[in-house]
Design a protein around this ligand. Sequence first.
Ligand SMILES: Cc1cc2nc3c(=O)[nH]c(=O)nc-3n(C[C@H](O)[C@H](O)[C@H](O)COP(=O)(O)O)c2cc1C
Length: 379
Amino acid sequence: MLPARRDQMPSGKQEAFRSAFGIRHSAITQMQIGPIRLSSPFCQAGLAGYSDRAMRLVARRRGCGYAVTEALLDVILCNGGEGLRKSIDINDEDHPIAGQIIGSEPETMSQAAAIMAGAGYDVIDLNFACPVKKIKNKARGGHMLLDVQRAVSVMKAVRDRLGDRPLTVSLRRAFDDSPQAEDRFFEVIETAWSLGFVAARVHARTVEQKYFGSARWPFLTDLKQRYPTKTIFGSGDVFTAADAVRMYRQTGVDLIWIARGAIGNPWIFEHAARLLNNPDSEILPPTIAQQREALIEHFQIAMEIHGESLAGRRMRKMGIKYSRFHPAAAEVKHEFIAVQSLRDWQNVLNRWYASESPGVWPNDNAADEVNSCEPIQAN
Ligand SMILES: Cc1cc2nc3c(=O)[nH]c(=O)nc-3n(C[C@H](O)[C@H](O)[C@H](O)COP(=O)(O)O)c2cc1C
């Protein structure tokens, strides 16, 4: 059964977060998306193939204040049936949440947005950022930053259909590095503001950059200075809790979109909160017991959602990322790669995660980098 819509988190939760982490009021500015108060400025990004309800809940239980689904194809939602059923997956604990949609036509995008809103998503996020060729070539995602007219038509159609429901847009800092591309970015974001979009998420790479090279954080600083009253999510190169706090402080953006840095590291949210309050606080890597707890939780929810076989496949890549915190990272990673069944999974946990020993901070080369983004089709 679909959960009831919740427009606003209780303000007590925000206070609880502040007091749990000792955060002073003055340390946090706009922890709000339209009418929705957030309990933390650190958000679980949309990540195709990863940010399902299992990843989101494990993150929320460790200090994440807001989460976004992976990009869902508008036409899959509009076609209904099994694709729709599998795409929509939230429960009461999974709020506040943005349902992110991707597509090219105003009609199907607005229809998909209405379906997501009806299903209880608090915010609808339009993905105008995805750089995958297959997506761009179909005039979706990052292509919108080349085709302003289409982007504007989609935003207007969604706004007309959804009334005052909170809308956000996910953008790259431009399609490429040309001055015309920068102009187009500003036309799109200005349109979003004029249509009452409550926030914009800006990944500080161009679409052409995909995931290579650095994210240009000074672009975010300038953007926030240009739109001081607007809510901006900063995104790009947030790999550790220290990066998250650095982006928050250096650029002045309101919210931090934690993407690759959260894969296999749900502790990043509470670590970032601690560091935000006190840069000198000692942050320890999760202990083996804490890692075991998160892995079990993650797998249990993934099983509920996907069933044993698909959960096993998804958890294999998750396990590989979690393994970075283990003192025997290389061996544990190797064992996760070989996991075929629930029994294999349990064997890895029993063999490597039974102790109460401390964990370690990841070595940069401990797990393969994840560098692609493709919206799910129907799983
Ligand atoms: C595997 C993968 C899947 C992604 N899927 C999505 C997605 O579905 N929706 C979205 O808005 N961004 C998606 N992104 C982009 C990230 O949310 C984020 O903006 C990007 O990775 C930059 O942040 P980072 O450098 O801190 O990882 C994806 C990125 C990766 C690597």
